[in-house]
Design a protein around this ligand. Structure first.
Ligand code: PDD
Length: 279
């Protein structure tokens, strides 16, 4: 074979391979991978790559259904099918397949992907020309990207504790939640994180702001702190699937419940808008 794709036992040339839409890798990036190179049909440093691959699985709570020995044997068998002995070997475990839901079952059966494509390492590679750039990885929360591993892990951590949502803070500053935005009411004013790169510009959040303006509730788009969160009159979580929902408990402590009038008015406003537009 010129290239090879493997998916849970199915093998074909890479261009002919497809993966099921419900594989969580497709919509959450919920998986781990490792890459090794192979020369003369022998994979270089395979043991180290498999160790790291298994460790990545452990860190993401993915339970592999192959041992390292079984994976090494599987890779050797696949490499034996290749026309050339010089290949790149890509291994991936995704958490498994299910209808889209951030949280996942503990006993999910993972999906094993392997991709093999020709690669020959150069003894004297061309020296590189580079540029510098600030490391902004994990600072792109404003993009509705499908790479949602931290969100998935946070949503699962909440569910494991019998809770509904996880509110993120960076240092002392509250940003948003695992799969929703968070705002607070304090002294009749709505405080909500500005729409910079640290939060998703939620549609439900925008509707909440419009509801406040219509009801004469002042809005301040500025970051608020953990202390302000605990001390809020009301904590409001917004998302497309919940519209607007108050928080009553946070880290085991009772919170909110001190501005029921504005809460009820806002909740009615967004619900009526929803009903009106969907009638
Ligand atoms: N989640 N922040 C994050 C990280 C989100 O995933 C979402 C939405 C929001 C709220 O955005 P909106 O109001 O546009 O729904 C904020 C959706 C519901 C999801 O991933 O299922």
């Amino acid at each position: 074979m010129k290239t090879l794709g493997y998916y849970n036992g199915k093998i074909a040339e890479l261009e002919e391979m497809t993966v099921p839409m419900l594989d969580r890798a497709c919509y959450f990036g919920d998986g781990v991978y490792d890459v090794a190179v192979c020369r003369n049909h022998r994979t270089f440093a395979l043991e180290e790559h498999l160790d790291r691959f298994m460790n990545s699985c452990k860190l993401l709570h993915i339970t592999p259904d192959h041992t390292k020995e079984e994976l090494a044997e599987l890779v050797a068998g696949l490499l034996a099918k290749m026309d050339s002995g010089d290949q790149l070997v890509y291994l991936q475990y995704s958490r498994g397949s299910a209808l889209r839901n951030h949280t996942f079952a503990a006993d999910m059966k993972p999906n094993l992907w392997i991709m093999i494509k020709p690669l020959t390492l150069q003894k004297e590679p061309k020296p590189l020309r580079c540029m510098t750039m600030e490391d902004t990885r994990f600072f792109h929360c404003n993009i509705k990207t499908i790479n949602l591993i931290p969100n998935v892990l946070a949503a699962q951590a909440a569910e494991d504790r019998g809770l509904d949502e996880c509110i993120f803070h960076r240092g002392n500053e509250i940003t948003e939640c695992a799969h929703s935005n968070v705002s607070i009411l304090k002294g009749g004013v709505l405080l909500t994180h500005p729409t910079d790169n640290l939060i998703l510009p939620g549609i439900a959040r925008a509707h909440l702001i419009r509801a406040c303006r219509a009801l004469g509730i002042a809005v301040k788009e500025r970051p608020f702190t953990l202390e302000e969160l605990f001390d809020a009159d009301e904590i409001l979580v917004t998302s497309t699937t919940k519209l607007l929902c108050p928080v009553v408990e946070l880290d085991g402590k009772a919170v909110g419940g001190k501005d029921q009038k504005n809460l009820a008015a806002l909740r009615s406003y967004v619900w009526e808008e929803y009903e009106r537009e969907t009638n």
